[in-house]
Design a protein around this ligand. Structure first.
Ligand code: PEP
Ligand code: MN
Length: 255
């Protein structure tokens, strides 16, 4: 399979798609809508780690195959979370970019195995991880032979219950300086509310993020998982339209 090397620090890499893959048709129609607005990477969870055992836990292997089929039909690149060591090989074969979710940032056997594949890996920050702990987790992947690590700030746990987590904007520049790795931001899980997603995304871009990962699908309110924070492609399009101007202003400020 073609490996990605076009995830470029400094350019705008936007990953969008549903929290979890809920079926082939809904994924395909969301993919078409995302492609239409210029998105190149589609996300979708297959193995969902849910707090409650009673919640929907994803379609498993068939979700990965749905993503691979959608990629074939649309030309989009795929992004999905790898939750366990025995899925690394299967996912590396079918998915372009693998994700380590917040709950697995400290899963060192998983990080080590992800160091042995060629696919880029998005390493999300643990909800209570310091910058140094997050950097040390990235080193497990890099030292095992995979330099293609992309860090993702997705909000940390604080005392504030109004938002789902608290987006740590400082993390973008600090982690870029400390590691030299690209840093993207997931405003969806940080906010937990769809009306906050565009402003947090703009803040991330203004702070120098190399990309965004956003939960977006054609029928956000019908999402089985994370409906409250999922936006529709029209909203994402408005956000994408605002970003070049934002970047132009910043470049004039020579920050
Ligand atoms: C997700 O991206 O769907 C997800 C579960 O994210 P996190 O691991 O950041 O909670
Ligand atoms: Mn989600």
């Amino acid at each position: 399979m073609e490996k990605i090397n076009d995830f470029i620090p400094g350019s705008l890499n936007v990953i969008a798609g549903p929290c979890s893959v809920e079926g082939y048709n809904s994924l395909f129609h969301s993919a078409l809508a995302l492609k239409e607005i210029g998105i190149r990477y589609i996300r979708g969870g297959a193995y969902k780690l849910r707090t409650s055992i009673h919640s929907f836990r994803g379609l498993g292997d068939s979700a990965i195959l749905h993503l691979a089929q959608v990629a074939k039909e649309t030309g989009l690149k795929t992004v999905s979370e790898c939750t366990q060591t025995d899925k690394v090989e299967f996912m590396a074969e079918h998915i372009d970019i693998l994700v380590v979710g917040t709950r697995n940032m400290h899963n060192y056997p998983l990080l080590e195995l992800l160091g042995k594949i060629d696919n880029p890996v998005i390493l999300k920050r643990g909800i209570a991880a310091t910058y140094d702990e997050w950097m040390a987790a990235a080193e497990y992947i890099v030292e095992n032979g995979n330099p293609n690590v992309i860090l993702c700030e997705r909000g940390i746990r604080t005392f504030e219950p109004e938002t789902r987590y608290t987006l740590d904007i400082s993390a973008i520049q600090v982690m870029k300086q400390k590691t030299g790795l690209p840093v993207i931001v997931d405003p969806s899980h940080a906010a937990g509310k769809r009306d906050l997603v565009p402003s947090l995304a703009c803040a991330a871009i203004a702070a120098g993020a190399d990309g965004l990962m956003i939960e977006c699908q054609i029928k956000p309110c019908e999402s089985i998982c994370d409906a409250n924070q999922t936006i529709e492609p029209g909203t994402l399009k408005q956000l994408l339209d605002a970003i070049p101007d934002l970047r132009l202003h910043l470049s004039r400020m020579e920050l």
